[in-house]
Design a protein around this ligand. Structure first.
Ligand code: PLP
Length: 417
């Protein structure tokens, strides 16, 4: 069966909806460098309303700028003629920088266990394709980041979703997780800090996840792309608690280095000998796709070993927006949310009237106000539970105006029943 048919037939319908929704909603205005807000318009019964995009996790789309020294490194690489293919696992300087960064964070690896990829996205694809055969199962958090489902569908494997619990700060439900293991389970995905919930997990939870994976001989895929975006400082990698655990960690230049369009990321394959076979397979697959974008790889060492003064500034901007967001949401009638701890997402819950769905609420909000969020069922949540995700990267004064419109709409929506 071909890729398109296989993925389409395996994706839960709600994820297909999510993909279609994002496809429509990610259209950008033709203003070079301009923010994507106020680009398209939606028609309400009375007037055309400008669309405010709170659906895309792209800091640059909201005016945040890539640090100039990273741009200079890429520019220099291009001028110096680094425009041909590069080594499949990445240029040595970038791999060494990834190894040095992970080692300094308490998860020591050597450079030959670091690979440079086309974003975290390609790293996820390479690792799952190398680790999991058709029929294999992978434990993935719910709400979920849909790429995992899509890649698993592509390779004819199966995502088993473990719940994370909003009544406990979106922590993983470990009993539910334990109930999902079968003889086909190959890996455990941990997204910490989390998209879409903004949660991070305390050491006690992380230890339980490590013990669980070890007991069942599972490889942990630690998606740590928001690790530098904890509001009170970077969040430690999971591997720090057990540097010998079978962990493959992912991150990229997309979020904390403000360069998502460069499609440059990396993976660090833990030093556990249990991962040697996987590493060899991943390298073989990386050979097949030749290399990731070469000039951008020259920014990796600059990013990880050089000036990071943009990060505390970015973290503070996010912290202020998160506080404004939580204040605004919790003062709306019928709305609740768990305060995020890292990143730029929050997943509020609106107390829906009987018979209504998250999609109905989100599309109603879009039509009435032009404010575009993603409904929770796009992340696999139950439609009647009323969850939706907000990206709060817009400037605070815009967020304030947006939340006022959201509050007015929600009051009317809930009054209608
Ligand atoms: C949890 C998570 N993993 C991976 C990615 C992909 O990021 P990248 O741009 O590094 O491919 C994202 C992007 O939003 C994400 O939220």
């Amino acid at each position: 069966m071909g890729y398109i048919r296989r993925v389409a037939s395996k994706l839960p319908p709600e994820l297909s909806v999510f993909a279609g929704f994002l496809g429509v909603c990610r259209r950008r205005p033709g203003v070079p460098g301009g923010p994507p807000l106020y680009s398209d318009q939606v028609s309400s019964s009375h007037q055309a309303t400008a669309v405010r995009y709170l659906n895309v996790g792209d800091p640059n789309a909201f005016g945040f700028k890539t640090p100039p020294h990273l741009v200079a490194a890429v520019e220099r690489a291009m001028r110096d003629g680094h425009n041909g293919y590069g080594p499949s696992p990445g240029i040595p300087a970038a791999r060494e920088a990834v190894a040095a960064e992970l080692t300094s964070c308490g998860f020591p690896i050597s450079a030959d266990r670091a690979l440079i990829t086309a974003g975290t996205s390609e790293a996820i694809d390479l690792v799952l394709s190398a680790l999991v055969d058709g029929g294999g199962e992978v434990l993935v958090p719910m709400p979920t980041y849909p790429l995992y489902t899509a890649v698993l569908a592509k390779i004819d494997a199966r995502a088993r979703y473990y719940l994370t619990d909003p009544t406990r700060g979106w922590q993983p439900d470990l009993d539910h997780l334990r109930s999902l293991v079968t003889s086909n389970t190959r890996a455990l995905v941990v997204i910490d800090p989390n998209n879409p919930t903004g949660a991070t997990y305390p050491a006690s939870t992380r230890r339980e996840l490590l013990e669980f994976a070890d007991r069942h001989n599972l490889v942990i895929l630690a998606d740590e792309v928001y690790g530098d975006l904890g509001y009170d400082g970077p969040i430690e990698p999971l591997g720090k608690l057990d540097p010998d655990a079978a962990i493959i960690t992912f991150s990229s230049l997309s979020k904390a280095y403000l360069a998502p369009g460069w499609r440059t990321g990396w993976m660090g394959v833990g030093r556990s000998p249990r991962l040697d076979g996987a590493l060899a397979a991943i390298k073989k697959m990386a050979d097949g796709r030749l290399c990731s974008t070469v000039p951008m790889q020259f920014a990796v060492a600059e990013a990880l070993l050089g000036d990071r003064s943009h990060q505390p500034i970015f973290r503070n901007e996010l912290k202020a927006r998160a506080a404004l967001t939580v204040r605004s949401l919790t003062s709306m009638a019928g709305m609740s949310c768990v305060a995020p701890i890292a990143g730029f997402y929050v997943m509020p819950k609106v107390q829906l009237p009987p018979g209504r769905t998250d999609e109905d609420y989100v599309l109603g909000l879009l039509r009435a106000t032009g404010v575009l969020c993603v409904y929770g069922s796009g992340f696999g949540m139950r439609p009647e539970d009323g969850f939706f995700r907000i990206v709060f990267l817009a400037p605070p004064d815009e967020l304030t105006a947006i939340y006022k419109m959201m509050a007015d709409f929600t009051t009317q929506y809930l009054a209608r029943g």
